[in-house]
Design a protein around this ligand. Sequence first.
Ligand code: NAD
Length: 356
Amino acid sequence: MNYSAESLTRLAHRVLSSFGCADIEARIVSDHLVQANLAGHDSHGIGMLPMYGAQLQDGNLIANQTPQFLQRHGAVSVVDARKGFGHHMTVLALDHAMETIAEHGVAILALRNAGHISRVGTYSEYCAARGYVSIHMVNVIGHDPIVAPFGAREGGFSTNPISMALPFEGKAEPLLDMATSTVAFGKVRVAHNKGEQLPPGCLLDDDGMETIDPAPMATNKAGALSAFGAHKGSGLGIFAELMAGALAGTNTIADATTFPNGVHNNMLSIILDPGAFDDPQAVSERASSYRDFIRSRQPAKGRQAVLLPGDPENISRAKRSAHGVPVDDETIRQILGTARHFEVPEQDLAGLLETV
Ligand code: NAD
């Protein structure tokens, strides 16, 4: 079924309100999740709501939290999100960190103990909308490591995402936003919910051998995800762990506490004002000319076009805005189950979803 983004946002907002989130938090989180769906990242869209509900009940996620601004040293701001909704806490923390940018030309945010921050590209977009370049490195804690370091048969880190973007006319373009595993864990969950297999090269079984069956990982976190790009991607995943966990946060996954449905994030963000380097217009023109250069490269045989990072999300956004967001029945069933569990009356749910 394809649903309108507006109706998915209404559903998400209603579920978040039943969690006790105030309107501002419910709006930030529902927008974030549906924007992830529109961008094509269903792994980080409204399908996350049941997990957030379970975390809330376990006390590992706190609605309407206030972040603690711990310390500032020059351009470095350290912020403790205190298990608040990551989508909301990160925006507050970025706003706080960016106060240093006028003086230093750079703002560095160390964000720790956030609830799931979901699609990291959202924060690159947030910085780009303010005219800034940004680089974000994230580690994922709360569960056992699920991504095998190169050559291992067991996990050594999690899907540790990295995002970076330059601003172009108020947008993040290009925008690289990627897990350092071959696929994000949520894509394993989505494939399992749809009854699909994963492409080769994404998953390892208990012996460290390739498998395409998402079920053991989706249901029991059995086996491991593979790091992208062999030893090089594995190295980047390890560095995301060190930058976000050891430097910005208080734990790497090696010594963090695990909990049921466990996902917390730490993040190191580096936000740069192009005006501290050169005339921002000159930077923008050089970047723009390089974008055109990449797009002008001859496509490989069988390919239509050479895309920049961020292009697939833009294409998906245009398509799904016009034709609706496909959400599988199992994901809808799980979300409605969570809504009922949090005592959303049936009459509030009836007619909320709108197919396109
Ligand atoms: P992906 O593999 O779909 O895309 C990764 C990057 O490659 C994107 O920038 C995309 O634009 C680019 N890309 C894809 N196809 C391309 C093509 N044909 N040509 C050029 N560029 C192309 O994404 P992913 O690695 O599965 O990550 C999905 C999402 O999961 C991201 O938004 C990430 O932030 C999120 N994530 C979050 C967490 C967390 O704990 N919060 C953990 C892991 C991942």
